[in-house]
Write a protein that binds this ligand. Structure first.
Ligand SMILES: [Zn+2]
Ligand SMILES: [Zn+2]
Length: 295
């Protein structure tokens, strides 16, 4: 199995001189199975970079799994060129919207409405197949198995576990480790704490032992107090999570748009030293646009 980062930025694309080394495009991961199956995780602006590499292998069959449908995870989708070309088959998977009562096709169709985009979804030339996933529903794409678990974010967000021939990847999408919303002296604290512990454990059990964990690491521990509850995690919390889950390596992604390459490297190094990663592991890395990892 092979993973290539096509977009590693959170919230908004930030091209420019300050993001040249790690990249300015928003979330998109390309995963290839051992038979070259094409699995795409999220359709941020990075999916356009991926599209440009696919012309040599048309027609394609792509399996696009959306962690959730916040803009930074879908904004590149209307510009995913293979959808305009007959002969391609694009399978799109994602969660139900319980507030708007919409399935994944209905959610995405709005992106293609007249006032937002000149091409309607019905006019796309590729064969489009939509699947609204239930939690822990498993999908088989050739020799690749994709399963999911609900994470913690202010919309339904699936974390995906991808497996192929004994190798495994877990991608959190956007995720903040659960915490107790009650003060210890309040009624409900202990009951809620039990829920928090169970849910956090279910998540670390689900990603247990993966070769590669890719985790939303928007914040530093200094940023976090002002941003608690926004649905994103810190370097420190992800290192803790990776240790509990006994993953073999950890890649930090969803870099804050305000962070320059230099700032990103500085806060990353500080976290590694604070958490004594050199001694206790796991091996940690910053996700970088264009970086390919072979498993
Ligand atoms: Zn995001
Ligand atoms: Zn989000």
């Amino acid at each position: 199995m092979k993973l290539t980062f096509r977009g590693v930025r959170g919230s908004i694309a930030v091209p420019g001189p300050n993001t040249l080394r790690y990249g300015g495009n928003t979330t998109c991961l390309e995963i290839r199975g051992d038979n070259n199956e094409l699995i795409i995780l999220d359709a941020g602006t990075g999916i356009y970079q991926l599209a440009l590499t696919l012309f040599g292998e048309l027609p394609i069959e792509a399996h696009l799994f959306l962690t959730h449908t916040h803009w930074d995870h879908i904004q590149g989708l209307p510009f995913f060129i293979p959808t305009f070309i007959p002969g391609n088959t694009i399978h799109i998977y994602g969660a139900f919207d319980p507030v708007g009562q919409k399935n994944i096709r209905q959610i995405l169709a709005r992106q293609f409405e007249y006032c937002y985009f000149p091409v309607r979804e019905a006019e796309l030339k590729a064969t489009m197949r939509f699947t609204t996933l239930k939690e822990r529903q498993t999908v088989q794409a050739g020799g690749v198995t994709i399963s999911n678990i609900l994470m913690n974010h202010p919309v339904l967000n699936f974390g995906y576990r991808i497996e192929c021939n004994g190798k495994s990847i877990f991608f959190t999408g956007d995720h903040e480790q659960l915490y107790n919303i009650y003060a210890p002296e309040e009624d409900g604290w202990s009951e809620y704490q039990q829920y928090v512990n169970e849910k956090n454990k279910a998540i670390t059990d689900f990603m247990h032992g993966v070769d590669l964990l890719v985790a939303d690491t928007s914040y530093t521990i200094q940023d976090y107090p002002q941003k608690k509850g926004w649905g994103h995690s810190t370097f420190d919390a992800n290192i803790d999570m990776a240790r509990i889950a006994q993953v073999k390596s950890l890649y930090f992604t969803h870099h804050e748009p305000v962070r320059s390459d230099n700032d990103l490297e500085r806060v990353y190094q500080e976290a590694l030293e604070r958490k004594k990663v050199a001694i206790h592991g796991p091996p940690c890395h910053l996700a970088r646009e264009g970086l390919t990892i072979e498993l």
